[in-house]
Design a protein. Sequence first.
Length: 432
Amino acid sequence: MPITILIGAQWGDEGKGRVVDWLAGSADIVARYAGGDNAGHTVALNGKVYKLHLVPSGILHSRVVSIMGNGMVINPVNLAREMQSLRAIGVDITPERLVISSRAHIITPAHIALDSAKEAALGDDKIGTTLRGIGPAYLDKTGRAGIRTGDMLLDVEEFTERLVSAIESTNQVLSQQGRETLDPQAAAQSYLDAAAALRPYIKDTSVYLHQALRAGKSVVCEGAQGTLLDIDHGSYPFVTSSSPTAGGALTGLGVGPLFVEKVLGVAKAFSTRVGGGPMPTELEGEIAQRLRGSGANFWDEFGTTTGRPRRCGWLDVVMLRYAVSVNGFSEMMLTKLDILSGLDELKLAVAYEIDGQQYEYPPVTNELLQRAKPVYETLPGWRDDISGCREFAQLPLAARRYVDRVAALCDVPINSVSVGPERDQLVEKSAS
């Protein structure tokens, strides 16, 4: 059973990209199943930093095939640009190494304009999207009005007509709102250029994956965002427009569950969130700044895609338990354990108190969640620099106890932790 599904267990930004890169070392295929260029996966390798938005993280391994699945929404212009940037720094990108689903939907300039207009109209109640057109593209998908990547294989005039028609319809909406309209012909030309570059990469990826799995190939499923931003299971409406959960991996790639061997949840050793929505363990002041960093280092808590500072707080075990129940994790991995070094004490939110009642799982409504007061358990911290540790036994006792306590509270084994941004800065518990 050769599928490993990788899931963000929090609000995204858990470090999934570097975990995918690690898993890709023993995989044949890395397949991304959701989201668009609102994602930002960062991988550090031999002192060089790779920032990926659309191309799966497996592309950094020369023997791995990277697949962009039907569950994604893709901006063709941005994808062509990202591919060219990767080539410029020595990454080999060919139709044999990168395969794009013919069923993925296209993000058009109209979607980007609508995204910006909607956020502006919401004012202080804005969701905090990345303004990349993700939501409007998924809305057109479910409304059966979208344009798919397979349409780029059509006759040029027919594809142009569909694109221009979508932009002209959006211009009517923008005009009614008093916003600047788009130039349909100029936008169409940039998409035609991108389509010409991408055509050789477009295939039926569901069939491709099915044949590969039947042949015994191993597949790592890479998602974007995290469980708590899931359109169904997140803190709605402060969510993304896709399903970054285990079920979403199957529908977003067109494969069945019988091939799944492992569901690996990835969580930071503390909590972060970007954009609006409740975050019960959010901190202000010195400790928040300490967790966030200054922004001078790519490892600091600033969005890869937007550059926005992330909200930071103590690890929310209540939310982690929920992520476990939604996804059925077979194990979890903690990232950024090294960031906690130097703190005298650490806190874990093991429950919420809301109106005098205690909750071990998050309440359904945001109104209740906004009133949640974390019930903290305090653990001793450690002063040692752990970035050089490669075996679990090398970690300070307090760090080991912290990891073990999180695993016990979530009732899921934690077999590996990251202690730095580089590919080799991982500690596997089995090696102790």
